[in-house]
Design a protein around this ligand. Structure first.
Ligand code: SF4
Length: 243
């Protein structure tokens, strides 16, 4: 019996989740409930379709020429890929064996042993920080952030390359005090390569509606270009590499 797991969708030529052209696998299931989530259809652990890991790896390998030419690779995203650690580790190991660069896109809310299984075969971790303040984090995601920050420090202690992703959400994460605190925290990481400041957008609203869910941020507008650039400048002035 091969290793099987639940997959929401795949994107064979992704350019948003790590360097170069990437084969992105969005795994099904997420423990967080972010108020700005644009993929609430990935939340349920019993949704998606069941896929065979070796079959997926064969498909990934068929795109290797594009990956090699662009400095890309494979990215496991979600949902939350660490919810299926054996499936994720199997795919990553087979990809590494085939000489493919591997990235893990995670919100970090999982037991440490999930990371222990996947990280030996992971070149880059794309780690989402929603908020440093536990109360605001709870408000934004429905969960405490202690485990997430502990996991981030653990990954950093292993010397794994890290890209931090942070959503700039007006009224929650765009104020100077928050950004400076975030910058100080990020500067304490040894393996941080890049910070991606992502503007909040409303592209997933229709999915909330289709699932019969009330979208909590109906009245919040995406940040203006000026606010986004000001936020990036604050972090850059602190010596961080921000895009
Ligand atoms: S971690 Fe990602 S998939 Fe999960 S709820 Fe948050 S935004 Fe959605």
């Amino acid at each position: 019996m091969g290793q099987k797991g639940r997959v929401h969708s795949v994107e064979s030529m992704g350019t948003l989740d790590g360097p170069g052209i990437r084969f992105v696998i969005f795994l099904q299931g997420c423990p967080l409930r972010c108020v700005y989530c644009h993929n609430p259809d990935t939340w349920s652990v019993s949704g998606g379709r069941i896929e065979d890991a070796d079959f997926l790896v064969e498909r990934i390998i068929s795109f290797k020429p594009y990956m090699d030419a662009s400095g890309g690779g494979v990215t496991l995203s979600g949902g939350e890929p660490t919810l299926q650690p054996d499936f994720a580790a199997h795919i990553m190991k087979k990809c590494k064996d085939a000489g493919i660069n591997t990235a893990l896109d995670t919100g970090g809310y999982c037991k440490r042993n999930a990371f222990e299984k996947i990280l030996p075969y992971t070149d880059l971790v794309l780690f989402d920080i929603k908020h440093l303040d536990p109360k605001v984090h709870m408000e934004l995601t429905g969960k405490d952030n202690r485990l997430i920050l502990e996991n981030l420090k653990f990954i950093d202690s292993l010397g794994k390359k890290i890209w931090i992703r942070h959503v700039l959400l007006p009224g929650f994460t765009d104020d100077v005090t928050h950004l400076k605190k975030l910058g100080e925290f990020l500067k304490s990481l040894n393996s941080l390569e890049l910070v991606e400041l992502l503007p909040y957008h409303k592209l997933g609203i229709h999915k909330w509606e289709a699932l019969g869910l009330k979208y909590p941020l109906k009245d919040v507008k995406p940040p203006s270009r000026e606010i986004l650039e000001r936020a990036r400048a604050i972090l850059r002035e602190m010596g961080l590499n921000v895009i």
